[in-house]
Each structure stands twice: as structure tokens, then as C-alpha cells.
Design a protein around this ligand. Structure first.
Ligand code: ADP
Ligand code: ZN
Length: 609
């Protein structure tokens, strides 16, 4: 058996390497650089953790989020590994202790932020240690086009210049081809072996809905599929975050806001509660979540249109990192399109940058309005081809109804034209519906041929305009109070040279199909009492040790115990997710509890708890 596999089994309790983990690890152990693109939950951490353990010296892990270092180190310690971090949250004493351990060559893994890694004192200290490797996590932060740009990342080549013999690994879960090239150039990793893993996250079910009353629809979705699960709800503005968290709270869910307007301590506290307690919902602006390693987030919901597909993919990727079924759910409306375009137009960025942003937003909209398989589009965006429709997204499961919208689109466009391209969508729809409102009468638009024309209702018109905007026939002129303007694309449509099939307006009453069996429904019926007993035990352990429950054991591991009913330490050691250290710490108690619940589901009388 290779040493790496041995460590995987004995320290981490897993049987096999996943994907390309083995090649990546072997390469690093042999001193070769690597650039790794792997989806969230793919198992990137092991790619540097195992080589850091096996190579002589300390592995330096550069990570942008100091808030998470404690958790990462705690989790490693529970596997019996020697890990530490250095950051500004520590007292001088604590930092001294870590430095002493470093000098004694007593640390396998050291987590630091980029600022720290570039600090001259730190570099000097490294000069006195043996270094196993440099791991640059969240490497897309190097890209100034990206959404998480961190200028210090661009200076990380200094590490390489200073310690040229040390192998490096850069990892990210979010990068298109262009960003990958940028990472390579900025970090001088042109010689590194590239490992690009499929972006597919087969356990995530994608659903995009449009229409009004998003919050109510969110609630139905949560009630129906995730009545007691942990999840993240993303909104565009702080105000909406606050309102939504309160709204969910009023309905009995433990929901906490997270946005840049909250002070640092509150944010840290909310993040801590989300990680450590079960069934908490975080309502956040997009600023939440990078590097959050909570494997049992069962749903990610968007109450607004995300800015681009990278963000959408990255945010939804926070669901189901444990590989169990999870939902990505989105509700958006036309107002989102207008708001995003406004934000974009008002930014001070240069023209080229704006064009990139614009292009990305169009791709996002295209994804929402499309009628084909979502996963195919999503993967295509990351240059990956999925030959067949996935069968696990809303469009695959319930193909959207389409209708020949050519005639209606012509009416809508001609109404925009006849009202002088000076009015917003609500006004235009009022004219189309024949609503004789004061403003319309003043403008004498009740005299137009398009006044009260067609047989669409208000919602159907809204859907039509949303799609006309998404497809680029119309845009909302933001300098002009959102007045609808026509683009040259309208010509062939108005001239009758082009047909237009659009997604039919979805009636909000439609009940969504059941999308995700949860872990617990995969348990045999009689296993529930044992599962609950194990969960309770895990919760006590977690509280005693001040770590999140999943750091002790994953749900998946508990479920495997229920299924296999290990009766000895040997049998227990075969359960995935239980390494030597955890076996030693928790083994006898797990077996004791398991024995109290024989497979027929009845607790033995006289069981102690
Ligand atoms: P990433 O950093 O890529 O998002 P992680 O490194 O946090 O993902 O891994 C996600 C989950 O998968 C973790 O719970 C990890 O322990 C688990 N995992 C990683 N590699 C394996 C493997 N070879 N077998 C089983 N589970 C694994
Ligand atoms: Zn699909």
C-alpha cells in the first residue's frame, strides 16, 4: 500500500482516493507543483494535507479567511494531526507558542493569511524551518476580474522566489479558463501540472423560478423540503437580508442575518452558530460563505438574481458538500435584472471591464430563462460538455411549457414603440391591458392601437417583457427611470422574419416535485431511533469540545453505523469517516449505543439513556 493511502485510511478513515487526489498527492510528495480546479466538496484539502504530513517539515497553507482557521485546525486535531494557525485573533503568547512549536518542527500544517505569509518576520522564521510545501487555497483570489480579488495574492510569488525548492499547490473551486490562466501567470505556476476536475455536482438539484412573491415561494420551498435543515439564503441588499431573516424567524425558523453592515463580532457569532448548531438558516449578502466548510448545508436559495454564473455556481456549491442530496433554488424577477444593470452602469469601472460584466450577466440570464437542461448550460459555461440532459434539474424533470410568443411579442414591442420608448414596464403593461389610469389618459395613450390589445394577463405580460429583456430585444434605460428601449434585434421580429418561442409563465400555485430525499429518509425505518441517539451523543460531544457536530462525525457516518450495526472496534473501523484517532476517542461509546438499539428498532430495556 502506498504511504498516502495508508494515511488516508488511518488518519482520515476513508477507503479510497477520489478523483485525482492520488496523482496530485503523489506529485507533491515528489516535489512537483500542481494547479487544482475541483468543485466545492470535491476534497481539495486532503490534496495538501496528506503531502504535508508525509513530507518532512511544515506545510504552509495560505487561506484568505482567518475566521475559519480555528475550525480547520480543530478538525485536524480531532484526527490526531498536528496543525496550527497564526493570525491576528491570537494573543502574543499564543503566537509565541506556535512559533516555538514551529522551530521544534512539531507542526505538520500551518494556516496563515496572505498578509502574514508576506510579512518579513514570518519569512525569516520560515527560513529557519523545514518547509514541506506551500498550498495556496482559494487561488482565484489572485484574479482581479474575479469576485474575490485580494491584492496580496498577486505578491505570493515572493514565497517561491524566497524558497524556490519548495513544491506549491494552488487550489480553487471557481475559475473559468481565463481565470485559470491568470492564476498560472500571477503565481508563476506555468510549469505546474494542471488537474481540472469535472464541475458537475450531481447531488445538487437545480431549480430556477420566476414571478412575484418570492418570499412566500421561498417559504413553501423550505417548508416542503427543508423543514429542519441548515441552509443559506442569498439576497442582494442588506435591507432585504435583515427583512428576510426576521420574516423567517417570525415563522419559527432559526434564521440569522449576515452582511457587511453588521459589526465584526456579530458576523463572527452568526457564522459560529450556523456552523455549530443544527438547522440554522443564514440569510446573507453574497459576502458570506467563501471557505465555509459546512458539509451538511442542505439548500442554498437565491432571492435575487446572482451577478454571474461563477458566483451562482460557487454559492450553490456550498450545498451538499457531503455528497448527499441538496437543493439549489432561485427566485428572481424583472426588477433584479434592472437593478443589476443599474449597478453595473453606475460603477466606475472602465469600459472593457463593464463589457465583461455585462457579458457575464447576460449568460446568467440566459441560464435562468432557458428551457433546456440547466446542468448542461452550467457545465458548458465552464467549458465542459454533458452529452445528455441530466435528469436532475427542474427543466429535465418538468420540461417547461413553451408557447409561440411571436404575436404577443410584436404587440408588446409595438406598444413600447408607440409610447415613444419613454416608459417603464409597468406603464407599458397598463397600456396593453387597457387600464385607463390618469397618466395614460393625460398622455392620450388610450388612443393607441395597442391600448387594451391581446389576451394576456398582467403576470403573463410581465413574464413576456422579462424574457424580451433577457433575450436582448429590450433594455431598461437606467438614466431614464428604467424606460424600455428597443435594440436592433427587434427588427426581424417586427418584420415577421423571426419566430419567438418563450417559456410559459409559471403559475405560482404549482407545487414543485419532491426533489431531495434527505439522509434520514434513506435510513431504514427501524434505524431512526439509533440515528437519533447517535446524533444526541454527537451533540453532547460537540458541545463538550466546542466544535460543530460534523467535525465529530458526519451524518453519513452515523447513517453507515445504523446500516451496518458494528459490534466491535474492528467492524467500526470499517465505517467511512472513522480514523484511528476517532476510533480511540469515540469507539467504545458508539458501540455501546449501537448495542442498545438492535436492528428491529426497539431500544433494549434498561439502556442508560
Ligand atoms: P473542498 O475543500 O474541495 O471543498 P473538502 O476538502 O472540504 O472539500 O472535502 C469535502 C468533504 O469530503 C470532507 O468532509 C472530506 O473529509 C471528504 N473527503 C475528501 N476526500 C475524501 C475521500 N477520498 N473519501 C471520502 N471522503 C473524502
Ligand atoms: Zn437537467
Amino acid at each position: 500500500m502506498s504511504q498516502a493511502l495508508d494515511v488516508l485510511r488511518s488518519r482520515f478513515g476513508y477507503d479510497e482516493f477520489r478523483f485525482q487526489q492520488q496523482q496530485i498527492i503523489d506529485g507533491l510528495i515528489d516535489g512537483r507543483d500542481a494547479l487544482v480546479l475541483m468543485p466545492t466538496g470535491g476534497g481539495k484539502s486532503l490534496c495538501y494535507q496528506i503531502p504535508a504530513i508525509l513530507r518532512d517539515g511544515v506545510g504552509i497553507i495560505i487561506s484568505p479567511l482567518i475566521a475559519l482557521m480555528q475550525d480547520q485546525v480543530d478538525a485536524l486535531a480531532l484526527n490526531g494531526l498536528s496543525a496550527a494557525f497564526l493570525n491576528s485573533t491570537q494573543t502574543v503568547d499564543q503566537q509565541q507558542q506556535v512559533k516555538q512549536r514551529l522551530r521544534n518542527n512539531d507542526i505538520d500544517l500551518l494556516y496563515v493569511a496572505p498578509e502574514r505569509a508576506l510579512n518579513e518576520d514570518f519569512l525569516q522564521m520560515l527560513g529557519e524551518c523545514r518547509i514541506a510545501l506551500f498550498a495556496i487555497d482559494e487561488a482565484h483570489c489572485v484574479s482581479q476580474w474575479g469576485h474575490d480579488f485580494r491584492p496580496d495574492y498577486q505578491k505570493l510569488t515572493r514565497l517561491h522566489e524566497r524558497f524556490p525548492g519548495v513544491p506549491r499547490i494552488a487550489l480553487t473551486a471557481t475559475a473559468d479558463q481565463r481565470t485559470l490562466r491568470e492564476i498560472e501567470q500571477q503565481l508563476q505556476l506555468e510549469g505546474a501540472q494542471r488537474f481540472v476536475h469535472s464541475f458537475d455536482r450531481p447531488n445538487i438539484f437545480y431549480r430556477v423560478t420566476q414571478g412575484d412573491n418570492n418570499r412566500q415561494r421561498l417559504w413553501s420551498f423550505i417548508q416542503q423540503h427543508h423543514a429542519s435543515d441548515a441552509g443559506i439564503v442569498y439576497c442582494l441588499s442588506r435591507k432585504k437580508v435583515e427583512e428576510t431573516a426576521k420574516w423567517l424567524g417570525d415563522r419559527g425558523r432559526h434564521a440569522l442575518p449576515y452582511h457587511a453592515g453588521l459589526d465584526k463580532n456579530t458576523r463572527a457569532e452568526h457564522q459560529r452558530i450556523f456552523l455549530q448548531q443544527e438547522g440554522v438558516i443564514i440569510v446573507a449578502t453574497i459576502a458570506f460563505g467563501m471557505g465555509i466548510d459546512k458539509p451538511d448545508v442542505r439548500f442554498v436559495a437565491h432571492l435575487n438574481l446572482p451577478k454571474n454564473l461563477e458566483s451562482y455556481y460557487q454559492e450553490t456549491g456550498r450545498a451538499g458538500r457531503d455528497g448527499e442530496p441538496a437543493n439549489a433554488w432561485m427566485a428572481y424577477g424583472m426588477q433584479d435584472v434592472i437593478t443589476l444593470r443599474q449597478m453595473m452602469a453606475q460603477s466606475d469601472a472602465d469600459e472593457q471591464f463593464k463589457r465583461v460584466l455585462h457579458h457575464k450577466m447576460e449568460a446568467m440570464l440566459g441560464f435562468c430563462e432557458q428551457t433546456g437542461c440547466r446542468r448542461q448550460t452550467l457545465l458548458a459555461y465552464f467549458d465542459e460538455t454533458l452529452a445528455e440532459p441530466c435528469g436532475h434539474c427542474d427543466n429535465c424533470v418538468e420540461p417547461p411549457l413553451t408557447w409561440d410568443a411571436t404575436e404577443a411579442a410584436r404587440m408588446g414591442l409595438s406598444c413600447v414603440f408607440r409610447t415613444g420608448q419613454r416608459f417603464g414596464v409597468n406603464y407599458v403593461i397598463d397600456v396593453l391591458l387597457g387600464n385607463a389610469k390618469d397618466r395614460i389618459l393625460q398622455n392620450r395613450h388610450d388612443q393607441l392601437s395597442t391600448f387594451g390589445i391581446g389576451d394576456l394577463d398582467q403576470n403573463e405580460w410581465r413574464s413576456l417583457f422579462r424574457q424580451l429583456i433577457a433575450l436582448g430585444y429590450l433594455y431598461a434605460d437606467i438614466d431614464n427611470y428604467g424606460a424600455l428601449k428597443m435594440t436592433p434585434d427587434c427588427k426581424p421580429l417586427l418584420a415577421g422574419d423571426r419566430q419567438l418561442w418563450l417559456r410559459k409563465f409559471e403559475k405560482p400555485v404549482k407545487t414543485p416535485k419532491p426533489a431531495t430525499p434527505k439522509i434520514r429518509t434513506e435510513l431504514r425505518e427501524g434505524d431512526t431511533p439509533l440515528f437519533e441517539a447517535l446524533r444526541l451523543h454527537r451533540k453532547q460531544l460537540a458541545q463538550e469540545q466546542g466544535v460543530p457536530p460534523y467535525v465529530i462525525l458526519h451524518d453519513k457516518t452515523l447513517a453507515a453505523i445504523c446500516a451496518q450495526r458494528p459490534d466491535s472496534v474492528e467492524q467500526l473501523s470499517m465505517i467511512p469517516g472513522i480514523g484511528e484517532r476517532k476510533l480511540e476517542l469515540y469507539g467504545s461509546e458508539l458501540i455501546r449505543i449501537t448495542r442498545e438499539y438492535p436492528s428491529d428498532g426497539q431500544a433494549l430495556s434498561g439502556g442508560s439513556d
